[in-house]
Design a protein around this ligand. Structure first.
Ligand code: ARG
Length: 427
C-alpha cells in the first residue's frame, strides 16, 4: 500500500475528527483536506471550517448536501418502506454513503490519494464509509485513525488536543454519541449503554415528551406523487422544506421517538435512541396510501423488499447493483401511489385518519354493507368451497387433529384447551 501524501478527511468539527487532523499530519506526513457535509445537522459551518484550518488542515470544503440527501437518499428509502429490524428509519445509515460520495468527489478535485473517516472500529459507520469508498474509488487508500492510534478514550483525545492547542468542546455537551441530520437525531453511549435503564429526559432533541405535548391534536395533510411526498396542506414543497416543516410539527406533538436494541453489522447488540419525527409521519402516511392504491400481491411482495432494503442500507450496501434493482421495483410499484393522507398527531401518536387518491382501487359500490348491484353474493359459495378444498382433504385423513379446539379451559387440561395438556417443564 502506498503511503498517502494528501488525505481527504470526513470532518465534523467534533473532538475526534479535530484531533485527527494533526494526527494524520504527524503519523503519515500527509496534507489533510477536511470535507464537511451539511446533511441538515444544525451546526455553525463557518466555525467548523475555521476550526479545521486552525487545526492544521490544508483546505476545508463545506458542501450543502441537504437536497440530494432528501431527494436521492431519504425519499427512495421512504418509498421502499425501509426500516432496519422493523423500527429504525436509518437516518445515519442513509447519510453515510452520500457523505462518502461527496468526500470522494472532493478528494479527486483536490488531488488526494487517500480517504479517512472518524469512525471507531466497533460501529456500523466505518463499514458504510468504507464500502462506499471501495465502490466509488477502489484505488484510493483508506485510513481509519480510530483503528490505528493509541487514543482510546475521550480523556486521551482531550489530552492530545490540549498538547496541540486544539480547543475542546465544552464538557456541558451531553455525554452521548450523537448523530444528527435532516432526517433524525440518534443517541448512543453513556447511560444508554444499559438497556434496562430508561433514557433520561435530556436525551431528546427534536421531540417533546409526549406527556408534555399539547392536549389538542394536530392534523397534517400530506400529498404524495408516485410514492414521493410533494405537499403539505395542499401546498407544494421541496423535499428539504417539507421534511423540515414536518419535523417541527411532529416534534411539537412528541411523535417519532424510538428506543431500541439493534444488531450491529460487526456482531454486537447496541442500544439506541432515535428521533425521526417527519420520517415517522411520512412512513405511516405512505403505508396508508399504499393500502388504497396497491393490490394485495404487490403489497405483500413490497413487504419483503422493504425488509431487504432496510437491511441493505444498514449494512452499507448502498452503492450496489442490488439496490439499483430494488429501486427499480419500488419505483414501478409506486407508479400509482398518488394522493393525500390526513394524519392526526396527538401526544406521541400518529394516526392516518383519512385518505384520497385519483388512483384509488377502493370501490364503495363493491365494499358496501348496503344494497349493491354489482356483486353477486352467490359467487362466494363456489369460491369458498374451492378455497377450502385442501382443508376438507386434510380433515378426511387427520380427523382428530383439532379435536378439542373450541373447548373451554378445564382444570384437568392443565389450563390448556388445545389437547396438548400442560406446558412441558423446561430444563
Ligand atoms: N446505530 C445507528 C446506525 O448504525 C446510529 C449510529 C450513529 N452514529 C454515531 N456516531 N452516533 O445507523
Amino acid at each position: 500500500m502506498n503511503e498517502p501524501s494528501r488525505i481527504a478527511l470526513a470532518y465534523s468539527g467534533g473532538l475526534d475528527t479535530s484531533v485527527m487532523i494533526p494526527w494524520l499530519r504527524e503519523n503519515y506526513g500527509a496534507e489533510v483536506v477536511a470535507v464537511v457535509a451539511d446533511v441538515g445537522q444544525r451546526d455553525d459551518f463557518e466555525a467548523v471550517r475555521r476550526k479545521a484550518l486552525d487545526t492544521g488542515a490544508e483546505e476545508c470544503r463545506v458542501l450543502d448536501l441537504q437536497e440530494p440527501f432528501a431527494g436521492d437518499y431519504i425519499f427512495p428509502a421512504l418509498r421502499a418502506g425501509a426500516a432496519y429490524e422493523s423500527r429504525y428509519l436509518l437516518g445515519t445509515a442513509l447519510a453515510r454513503p452520500l457523505i462518502a460520495a461527496a468526500q470522494v468527489r472532493v478528494a479527486r478535485e483536490t488531488g488526494c490519494d487517500a480517504l479517512a473517516h472518524g469512525c471507531t472500529g466497533k460501529g456500523n459507520d466505518q463499514v458504510r464509509f468504507e464500502l462506499a469508498y471501495q465502490a466509488l474509488a477502489p484505488q484510493m487508500t483508506i485510513v481509519a485513525p480510530w483503528r490505528e492510534w493509541e487514543i482510546s478514550s475521550r480523556e486521551d483525545a482531550i489530552a492530545y488536543a490540549g498538547e496541540r492547542g486544539i480547543p475542546v468542546p465544552a464538557s456541558t455537551d451531553r455525554p452521548y454519541s450523537i448523530d444528527q441530520n435532516l432526517w433524525h437525531t440518534s443517541f448512543e453511549g453513556g447511560v444508554l449503554e444499559d438497556p434496562g435503564v430508561q433514557a433520561p429526559d435530556d436525551v431528546y432533541d427534536m421531540t417533546v415528551d409526549p406527556a408534555d405535548a399539547p392536549d389538542e391534536a394536530a392534523e397534517v395533510e400530506i400529498g404524495f406523487e408516485a410514492g414521493r411526498p410533494v405537499s403539505l396542506h395542499g401546498e407544494e414543497m421541496a423535499p428539504v422544506d417539507l421534511v423540515d416543516a414536518l419535523n417541527g410539527i411532529a416534534g411539537r406533538h412528541g411523535v417519532g421517538r424510538v428506543d431500541l436494541v439493534e444488531n450491529r453489522v460487526v456482531g454486537m447488540k447496541s442500544r439506541g435512541v432515535y428521533e425521526t419525527p417527519a420520517g415517522t409521519v411520512l412512513s405511516e402516511a405512505l403505508a396508508d396510501l399504499r393500502s388504497l392504491t396497491l393490490d394485495h400481491a404487490t403489497t405483500s411482495f413490497l413487504e419483503d423488499v422493504s425488509s431487504r432494503y432496510g437491511e441493505l442500507v444498514y449494512r452499507g450496501k448502498w452503492f450496489t447493483p442490488l439496490r439499483d434493482s430494488l429501486d427499480a421495483f419500488v419505483e414501478s410499484a409506486h407508479r400509482n401511489v398518488t394522493g393525500t393522507v390526513t394524519v392526526r398527531l396527538y401526544r406521541g401518536s400518529c394516526l392516518p385518519v383519512a385518505r384520497t387518491s385519483p388512483d384509488s382501487l377502493y370501490r364503495e359500490d363493491l365494499a358496501t354493507f348496503g344494497e349493491d348491484a354489482v356483486y353477486d353474493h352467490a359467487d362466494a359459495a363456489g369460491f369458498i368451497r374451492l378455497w377450502g378444498l385442501s382443508s376438507r382433504v386434510y380433515a378426511g385423513v387427520h380427523a382428530d387433529r383439532w379435536k378439542s379446539a373450541g373447548a373451554p379451559r378445564t382444570a384437568e387440561a392443565g389450563g390448556r384447551s388445545d389437547g396438548n395438556g400442560a406446558r412441558a417443564a423446561v430444563g
